[in-house]
Design a protein. Structure first.
Length: 273
């Protein structure tokens, strides 16, 4: 019986390794093609490159104006994610602790907005952004905040309900105001769910293409700069592959450093909710 259980475990591990290889295969092909010429990619995209050199990376760096678009993408991602965390955590805290009908209606409104497809608000969003002068690098940040807060509020809401109210009551007896109580006592307890929200939002905003496409000028972010390698009369596959590796490297490193918080934070929020 014990031998049979061990055999099943080995088979399960082998299946999981195979599935992991399938998921990693597109990334491996992208990496290999980043060292090839366009002719090599067209002839055989899954073959080994004839030589490993960095000419594609250098050309992509120059054509994309990589330092500028990297900085723009970083600013948008960092400020948007930070603002989403601060605004949504405070909003969820008030909605949980107020315990009124209005707070419940507001929470349902935020929850309902999560299921509204982005495509249905694209046209009015572009018109509004144009009217208020938001079609620029800093202007897109409030838009990301508005789109990202509903999910973050939903996740924070479930987590905060599991925090004992006695902690805040003790702080109030000691003379702490609600703002100090939140940032010194409550917010540090939200570390798991905050890390999860940060990871999800960073991955979303960093890799987003559609919103920058309709809001920002051309060649403003990494994704828009990569789009420049393809046009009606141009297909620069080798430079596109190199640009994908360049733009994905920072976010992959961030994900690998923070991935342990994803399941932990989501599971904790679901249980506490």
């Amino acid at each position: 019986m014990k031998h049979k259980g061990k055999s099943n475990l080995i088979i399960l591990e082998a299946v999981m390794v195979f599935i992991a290889i399938l998921f990693l295969f597109p990334a491996l092909i992208t990496l290999l093609n980043s060292f090839k010429t366009d002719a090599e990619i067209v002839l055989n995209p899954v073959s080994w490159p004839q030589s490993f050199n960095l000419r594609n990376y250098y050309a992509a760096w120059q054509e994309m104006n990589f330092p500028v678009v990297l900085f723009n993408t970083f600013i948008i991602t960092f400020l948007s994610t930070l603002s989403i965390i601060i605004v949504s955590s405070m909003a969820a805290y008030i909605l949980v602790r107020s315990r009124t009908r209005i707070s419940w209606v507001l929470f349902l409104t935020f929850t309902f907005s999560m299921v509204v497809p982005f495509q249905t608000i694209m046209v009015p969003l572009v018109q509004t952004a144009k009217e208020y002068g938001l079609k620029n690098i800093l202007g897109i940040i409030p838009i990301y905040i508005g789109l990202g807060c509903p999910l973050a509020i939903f996740m924070y809401h479930g987590f905060i309900k599991g925090i004992p109210l006695e902690i805040e009551e003790s702080a109030a007896i000691d003379g702490a105001n609600p703002l100090r109580t939140f940032f010194q006592l409550v917010f540090p307890l939200l570390k798991p769910i905050t890390a999860t929200i940060a990871i999800l939002d960073v991955l979303w905003i960093w890799n987003d293409f559609l919103l920058p496409l309709i809001i920002l000028p051309k060649q403003s972010t990494l994704q828009l700069a990569q789009y420049g390698f393809f046009s009606l009369f141009k297909r620069e596959y080798s430079l596109a592959m190199a640009s994908l590796v360049l733009s994905a490297s920072p976010i992959i490193l961030f994900y690998l450093a923070m991935q342990k918080y994803i399941v932990k934070g989501i599971a904790a929020g679901a249980v506490k909710g």
